[in-house]
Design a protein around this ligand. Structure first.
Ligand SMILES: [Zn+2]
Length: 259
């Protein structure tokens, strides 16, 4: 783990999203590197400031029952008078208007709170996949445990080592040369990593058992200088990570996922 690699995965580390092996490498580096430790402290301070100093408003406990009562009251009225009366501005808005406004505001708050709490659909997969990619490229790690451009060598190698059979395709004619495979982890889940190379760029294709409800469609995005493509099929989840162009990685994913 060097400073550049650490900084690429620091946010994921702070959020506790990395596998244990990478996390302990980072912890060891932080203990020895003052520059990276300072960076970590700054991120932690920022996070703390956001938590304690950003404005946060809690609705009073009486609001929800008040809205419910007012809506029940409104719907119990004869149809003609349910239409909101003209606002007499001198008299101020009526309780009815206030209730409608409060309901809308509560819904907006609920929706935006829900949205803020939900990461982007493929986000939970991208971060650990990038972290595993970065970790696998570290000089101390073994990128390839079975080295072969022959899928009939690479695919059987996974048998008995994991409880699913990752697809291994020969895509050399498309410019994606199979280099081999290894056992890895994505977010502490056992994963097969099928390694390809395109124009000297390494592609790690991570495959693990799907246990979440993230979307299945192929989605490509960029993250800290890497391209990441995620999808799911056949009860398996896939994440291809590389520093290659996003279009190339998208094409790679199309080829891998093609029947
Ligand atoms: Zn450092």
């Amino acid at each position: 783990m060097n400073c550049a690699r650490l900084q690429q995965v620091l946010d994921a580390h702070i959020d506790g999203e990395l596998d244990r092996a990478t996390a302990s490498e980072i912890t060891a580096h932080l203990a020895e590197c003052a520059a990276c430790a300072t960076l970590r402290d700054q991120r932690l301070a920022l996070r703390q400031a956001l938590r304690t100093e950003a404005p946060y408003f809690k609705a009073p406990a009486t609001l929800a029952p008040a809205i419910r009562r007012s809506l029940e009251h409104a719907s119990a009225r004869p149809a003609a008078s349910v239409n909101p009366p003209e606002i007499n501005w001198r008299a101020g808005p009526t309780w009815f208007h206030a209730a409608v406004f409060a309901t809308v505001a509560a819904l907006v708050g609920l929706i935006s709170g829900h949205w803020l709490a939900q990461p982007l659909p493929d986000y939970p997969l991208r971060d650990p996949a990038v972290a595993s990619h970065v970790a696998a490229l570290a000089p101390t790690r073994q990128l390839i445990q079975v080295a072969s451009s022959d899928r009939h060598t690479v695919k059987p190698w996974f048998q008995g080592k994991i409880d699913f059979a990752p697809p291994v395709k020969d895509l050399g004619h498309e410019g994606f040369v199979l280099m081999g495979g290894r056992l890895d982890q994505v977010a502490d889940k056992p994963a097969a990593a099928v390694v390809y190379q395109v124009r000297k760029h390494v592609i790690n294709l991570f495959v693990w058992r799907a246990t979440d409800r993230a979307p299945d469609a192929i989605a490509t995005s960029s993250m800290r200088g890497f391209s990441v493509t995620t999808w799911a099929a056949d009860g398996m989840r896939f994440a291809a990570v590389s520093d290659v162009d996003a279009r190339d990685l998208s094409r790679f994913a199309q080829l891998v996922s093609a029947p």
